[in-house]
Design a protein around this ligand. Structure first.
Ligand code: NAD
Length: 558
């Protein structure tokens, strides 16, 4: 495989050419395969492999686009595009398939997830290549997606049936009213996912939706369609019946058509698009779960193990080149340890290896799109123009690939600098010093977002106390992001502009099902019913009931 490797400070590889060498069979650029559908284009992936995957796209009118690999800018594959009528067909077919799936015993539905678990672990090298080629991330970041899917499939494969079991609650009249809460699939769940974690985010909401008895229409980002198609194929091989997972491909227009027809929308993406989708869904009174952006802080308290904190911060800031919703973009350092922390942190940042290899040789990969690179450049340039000191990076690394950017650390920025306020979604972190914990909490909460936060302290009780004051959906103590994200039994989502609703745990199962309360009244025909009570003359029934209510209150009956 063609690999360009280099450390973040450029040591060792600036003189190497940008290599357009990536393909799954290890061929050089000159040998790249020609797609029979388009004689003008060469593609990095085998057309036969691609044809097999894209046959799952619901797209009737033959339109397509060429996706490119971020590593090199070379064409990757020709991907069909769906039309609005295709979305209607996908939803109708999904709806048809859903009626028998909902009646399939939940244990059988859960078994499909457990089979997918094994397929993903067994075939990881194939899907890791695909994830890297479509997103440009390092293999280590791609592997996070494998581990994540294993966690989620196992969780819902094992716990799904218990989340969905009818739950008995206290009835209106003790002993006489038997009440259960049942959960019914909403029908067709529309999942709209972004490009940054193409396997994880294609499946994170699909899997609980399926185990709950729904069908799903998935619209992945156009940049990372093949990974989503690989996941759909793996689910079919895991035993998912035909029709239950439909894939449509396209941009905002196709996403909008899906929001117009699905019975629940699970969206992961930017806050701006999340607002559009929330409005559209509100018109139809269908549910939405919105997993949106962040501007996540990491606080290193004065008592932290500074070396571990620095190591954790490197991962938290630069995993997936910072294109991670939970990524840390603001470091907040207690002034007593700031210098010591930076003494560990900066050399580690500068020694990160950038590269485009389909192996574990690089620490940090490429940005995924030109738009993402433009945003990073805009934020860093804005910071520098406002007087920021560049402690590391601050430069594009086109010597490694067209969309690479050096891991960057900025200090001494004004509060209104772009990279202090807006989500950068790239390998850029700012440094702020604070005199005490109270100032740290104020700084952490000084944002419109509230997705993730991280606190490093050697006193976990203190960490928990600080966490309770942070306005964020997840707080990781002595970890950057993985501990809370990977605790898939717990809800995951954002405060403020970072989202609405939650994924993971019981919460997403509740979002993709309707609650139905079924109450059975006993004693009918034996004079013990409410009807019998209220038919007593002269208010006797009401008097008995009032006495009964007083007794229940005294017994603290709930
Ligand atoms: P985006 O909002 O531009 O696009 C996300 C998806 O929505 C894509 O599939 C896109 O085609 C589709 N889309 C765009 N406009 C639409 C519309 N009007 N109607 C329906 N669908 C539409 O986001 P992006 O730039 O691809 O992804 C990056 C963002 O995602 C970042 O803000 C990041 O923080 C966020 N994100 C959040 C989480 C989380 O769990 N909170 C996870 C990953 C990414």
């Amino acid at each position: 495989m063609g690999i360009t490797n280099s450390t973040a400070d450029g040591a060792g590889a600036r003189d190497q050419p940008n290599q357009n060498q990536l393909n799954r069979s290890g061929q050089q650029e000159a040998d790249l395969l020609v797609d029979p559908q388009d004689p003008r284009s060469t593609y990095l992936l085998e057309p036969d492999d691609v044809a097999y995957l894209v046959s799952r796209v619901v797209a009737a009118d033959g339109q397509s686009h060429a996706s490119t690999s971020p590593f090199t800018g070379a064409p990757l594959a020709s991907i069909p595009r769906s039309s609005v009528p295709d979305v209607a067909r996908a939803v109708a077919d999904a709806r048809r398939a859903q009626t028998s799936w909902e009646r399939t015993p939940v244990g059988e539905r859960a078994r499909v997830l457990l089979a997918l678990h094994d397929i993903v672990l067994d075939e990881q090298s194939e899907v890791l290549d695909l994830i890297q080629l479509e997103s440009g991330k390092s293999r280590g970041s791609a592997y996070e997606e494998i581990a994540d899917v294993a966690q989620v499939t196992r969780h819902y494969g094992v716990r799904g049936p218990s989340y969905l079991k009818p739950r008995s609650v206290r009835g209106m009249l003790p002993l006489l009213t038997g009440t259960t809460v049942e959960r019914h699939a909403v029908g067709v769940v529309g999942v709209i996912s972004p490009w940054n974690y193409p396997l994880t985010l294609a499946l994170a909401d699909v899997l609980p939706a399926l185990v709950a008895g729904n069908a799903v229409v998935l619209k992945p980002d156009e940049q990372t369609t093949l990974t989503a198609l690989w996941a759909a194929d793996a689910l079919a091989r895991a035993g998912l019946p035909d029709g239950l997972l439909q894939i449509v491909v396209g941009g905002a227009h196709i996403g909008g058509a899906l929001v117009d027809q699905a019975d629940h929308i699970a969206f992961t993406g930017s806050t701006a698009v999340g607002r559009v989708i929330a409005n559209q869904a509100a018109e139809r009174l269908v549910g939405v779960t919105l997993e949106l952006g962040g501007k996540n802080p990491l606080y290193v308290a004065a008592d932290a193990d500074v070396e571990s904190a620095a190591e954790g911060a490197v991962r938290a800031c630069f995993s997936n080149s910072g294109q991670l919703c939970m990524s840390i973009e603001r470091l907040i350092l207690h002034e007593d340890i700031a210098e010591e922390f930076l003494g560990f942190f900066l050399p580690r940042v500068k020694s990160l290896r950038l590269g485009a290899g389909l192996d574990y040789s690089a620490d940090v990969g490429s940005l995924t799109t030109q738009a993402q690179l433009d945003r990073v450049v805009e934020h860093v340039d804005d910071g520098i123009a406002r007087g920021a000191r560049v402690l590391a990076g601050g430069v594009q690394r086109s010597d490694v690939g067209p969309l690479f950017y050096a891991p960057t650390v900025l200090k001494e920025l004004p509060d209104d600098a772009l990279c202090m306020r807006e989500e950068t979604f790239g390998p850029v972190v700012t440094v702020t010093e604070v005199p005490d914990d109270d100032a740290a909490i104020r700084a952490m909460n000084d944002t419109q977002y509230g997705l993730n936060a991280s606190i490093w302290t050697s006193d976990t009780r203190r960490g928990r106390k600080l966490a309770s004051q942070v306005k964020a959906g997840t707080v990781n103590i002595n970890d950057g992001y993985a501990a809370a994200w990977g605790s898939v039994a717990a809800p995951m989502g954002g405060f403020k502009d970072s989202g609405h609703g939650r994924r993971h745990g019981r919460e997403i199962i509740e979002a993709v099902t309707e609650a139905q309360t079924v109450s059975v009244q006993r004693g009918v025909g034996h004079g013990a019913s409410l009807d019998a009570l209220f038919s007593l003359p002269d208010g006797q029934g009401q008097e008995i009931l009032t006495r009964g209510l007083r007794i229940l209150r005294a017994l603290r009956f709930q």
